[in-house]
Ligand binder design. Structure first.
Ligand code: A2P
Length: 291
């Protein structure tokens, strides 16, 4: 089987490199002892794991990595600070807790998970700036190698006045929900865009345009959608609990979508597969264990 060149990287503006395909851990629950899923992903060659304090997956990721016997430095670990923890001391304790669960003394990437706590928060700009200033300090202290954000739109970036800028923005991105304005802004500002739910929470896997293009290239619908991200310069965070699908999602190098394919995928009806979440108005309130 041909493995996607998992050693391929995107270059971050701070000089660090990030593996070009991430493994998503939303939906993997520590309390269900799902570290075997992480072990399978490692066996398939994944080294970039995307976690969050919210997901409740960090213990499983830490255990999976530890039991692999592979050196910590071989992995790229992301975690996120949840929107209710944006105050400086809460950010610090959130990160300490994440590090403990992940069994490491640094993360490769720390993200602000959501730009605002709730739509009524009149002080969201102050909170955001305080949070990112704290991130900058954590980077100086060596607990974090790179710092970024998630679910940011252009006006959130414009509200952020810190001297050091985020190097990553992780957003929902797939045909039907491409958020072109913020993607263009990030490209201009040298911010790597990562795609969460690149398969549109599986809704796009049965889309007739996606299936037609998949048949043309003799690949799966998921492979088309992941390749669509990469060819648009966006880093996909792929997630699957099944080892065969993990392998399939990591095998992306043997075909190329052409300009026509990319256009047809971009033309898929707006909001197909959209999560209905919006950074300012439809803010998830769930905490770990609520899912
Ligand atoms: P499973 O864990 O059973 O593989 P998204 O990342 O857009 O949120 O989509 C994730 C969903 O897509 C999960 O339900 C996952 O289910 C499914 N999925 C992931 N990879 C594939 C694949 N290669 N083929 C079919 N379904 C997939």
């Amino acid at each position: 089987m041909e493995i996607f060149a998992l050693e391929n990287n995107f270059q971050l503006a701070d000089g660090n490199a990030i593996p070009a395909l991430g493994f998503g851990t939303f939906g993997i629950f520590d309390r269900l002892h799902q570290e075997n899923i992480i072990a399978d992903a490692i066996a398939c060659g994944y080294r970039h794991f995307d976690t969050a304090s919210l997901y409740g997956s960090e213990i499983s990721v830490g255990l999976g990595i530890k039991s692999s016997g592979i050196a910590r430095e071989e992995f790229f670990l992301t975690t996120k600070v949840w929107k209710d923890d944006m105050e400086s001391s809460r950010i610090r304790s959130s990160l300490e807790s994440s590090l403990k669960k992940l069994q490491t003394d640094y993360v490769d990437l720390l993200l602000i998970h959501w730009p605002r706590c709730n739509s009524a928060d009149a002080q969201w700009i102050e909170h955001l700036n305080e949070a990112f200033e704290t991130f900058i300090l954590l980077k100086k202290e060596g607990k974090v190698k790179s710092i970024g954000v998630s679910n940011f739109l252009v006006h959130h970036f414009e509200a952020l006045k810190t001297a050091e800028r985020p190097v990553v923005n992780q957003i929902e991105y797939h045909p039907g929900y491409m958020q072109q304005e913020v993607v263009d802004y990030c490209k201009k500002e040298n911010i790597v865009v990562e795609a969460w739910s690149p398969l549109g929470r599986a809704a796009l896997l049965t889309d007739k345009t996606v299936l037609k293009i998949a048949a043309k290239h003799k690949v799966s619908a998921a492979q088309v959608l992941l390749k669509f991200c990469l060819e648009n310069g966006v880093l996909p965070i792929a997630k699957s609990t099944d080892i065969k699908r993990m392998q399939q999602n990591a095998s992306l190098m043997h075909f190329m979508l052409d300009a026509n394919d990319l256009q047809e995928l971009s033309d898929i009806k707006q909001n197909t597969g959209w999560s209905q979440e919006h950074p300012d108005f439809a803010i998830p309130s769930a905490r770990v264990g609520d899912f």
